[in-house]
Ligand binder design. Structure first.
Ligand code: HEC
Ligand code: HEC
Length: 365
């Protein structure tokens, strides 16, 4: 009896070992055969900051995703590689690798690789505008010896690593590496640093989690006080707040279902203090404007269109705040910023740190 138990636990142990070894070898295969994951991330970083990757050589990923702004861009809506405005506001990118669905209103976009390919190849309207210019852009990259080295280091087993799937893979690896976890809120809750939050931010936190304001009902995905992992600051549902002034019908455009009209993904709020302007169309300029929008039950500042107003989620009903309370709530939202990540050299423009000229042009807002 005992011997049988021993044998079966040995068998289980061996089976587990085989599974782990398989998982590890599968992982390294999907990352880059023979190359190091770090070399792939580094290549992705160079590409992210390189405007030669766009059709007209003017627009880099970093034009619309700036580190100091949490990888958002400060504009209501950006303009792409043909000068045409995009339809929606550029979201921040920190921790987007942990989101199960990407973009403001398309639940089908699940992987960073998918969204990176969209940024590169979309035509209506174009972001990077690569479609139709593929060979020309690859030739530009090949001409830079820096890339000869970096593509070979990332993908040593490839006869010719200068391909769009490899470029997409490297960019996605870089975006996946953009993590921000060291916020005053994280230090206060997970490292018990009681002084990490100001008294005002602590009062704002109580308001945020209060049933009357209901912010946490949509913007928190883990239940405090369990707090096993930091929240992503979004439950990742699609709901209508009524915000927006455009003809943008939100999730319904992707699903074709009338009941999805004006629904947008609840945006994660990490680093939200630096990602203004707000909402899918960038129609609210400041955090104060966003809070006043919620105070008015989604009426003031946006959401003036009757159809949008009618679609509003039942939790968006309005409440009353004093000036002090509004300031407290803003102080709490500001405590969700990871200042270190905004300055982390590992995420910064590699052309500058290499003593070359930046290949990201400054844009006027
Ligand atoms: C012209 C501006 C522009 C450029 C250039 C651009 N993006 Fe974006 N990015 C956006 C906008 C706008 C969205 C939101 C799209 C939507 O919701 O439909 C977005 C969304 C994303 C997202 C999804 C984030 C989330 O939380 O859902 C990722 C990831 C991303 N971009 C990465 C990139 C990468 C990598 C590049 C370069 C290949 C790039 N972007 C180039 C404007 C831009
Ligand atoms: C019913 C769900 C729901 C509730 C309740 C809610 N939000 Fe939101 N929030 C959303 C959605 C959805 C958006 C995006 C709307 C859009 O783009 O049209 C959003 C957007 C935001 C934004 C802008 C983020 C960005 O990146 O543009 C902030 C800030 C914000 N909410 C804070 C709050 C605060 C503070 C409260 C409580 C007073 C709150 N929210 C209550 C669902 C909700």
């Amino acid at each position: 009896m005992q011997r049988a138990a021993l044998l079966s636990s040995i068998a289980l142990f061996i089976a587990t070992l085989i599974t782990i070894v398989r998982a590890i070898s599968h992982d390294s295969r999907s990352l880059a055969p023979g190359g190091s994951p770090q070399a792939t991330i580094e290549l992705g970083r160079w590409l992210f900051y390189d405007r030669r990757l766009s059709a007209n050589g003017e627009v880099a990923c970093a034009t619309c995703h700036r580190q100091e702004l949490g990888f958002s861009d400060g504009r209501s809506v950006p303009t792409g590689a043909t000068g045409m405005p995009l339809r929606r506001n550029a979201p921040g990118l920190f921790n987007s690798g942990e989101l199960p669905s990407l973009t403001w209103a398309n639940a089908e976009v699940r992987l960073l690789e998918q969204q990176v390919a969209r940024a590169l190849f979309a035509v209506d309207p174009p972001e990077m505008g690569v479609t139709g210019h593929e060979a020309h852009i690859i030739a530009r990259l090949r001409a830079d010896p820096e890339y000869t080295r970096r593509f070979a280091a990332a993908f040593p087993a490839d006869a010719d690593p200068f391909t769009w799937p490899r470029i997409t893979e490297a960019l996605a690896a870089f975006v996946r590496s953009l993590t921000a976890r060291n916020t005053p809120y994280d230090r206060y809750v997970y490292r018990s640093e009681s002084a990490a939050l100001s008294d005002s931010a602590k009062r704002g936190m109580a308001l945020f989690f209060s049933p009357g304001l209901a912010c946490s009902r949509c913007h928190v995905d883990v239940a405090p006080p369990d707090r096993v992992a930091p929240p992503r600051w979004s439950d990742l549902a699609y709901v209508a707040t009524g915000a927006g002034r455009s003809a943008d019908r939100g999730l319904a455009e992707a699903t074709g279902k009338p009941e999805d009209a004006y629904r947008f993904r609840v945006p994660p709020l990490r680093n939200v203090a630096v990602t203004a302007p707000y909402m899918h169309d960038g129609s609210l300029p400041t955090l104060e404007a966003v809070i006043r929008f919620y105070e008015s039950g989604g009426r003031v500042g946006a959401g003036a269109e009757p159809e949008r107003a009618a679609a509003r989620h039942p939790l968006i009903v309005g409440f009353v705040l004093s000036d002090d309370e509004r300031r407290d709530l803003i102080a709490f939202l500001e405590a969700l910023t990871d200042e270190e990540a905004l300055r982390n050299p590992a995420f910064a423009d590699p052309f500058l740190s290499d003593g070359r000229t930046s290949l990201v042009r400054p844009v006027s807002r």
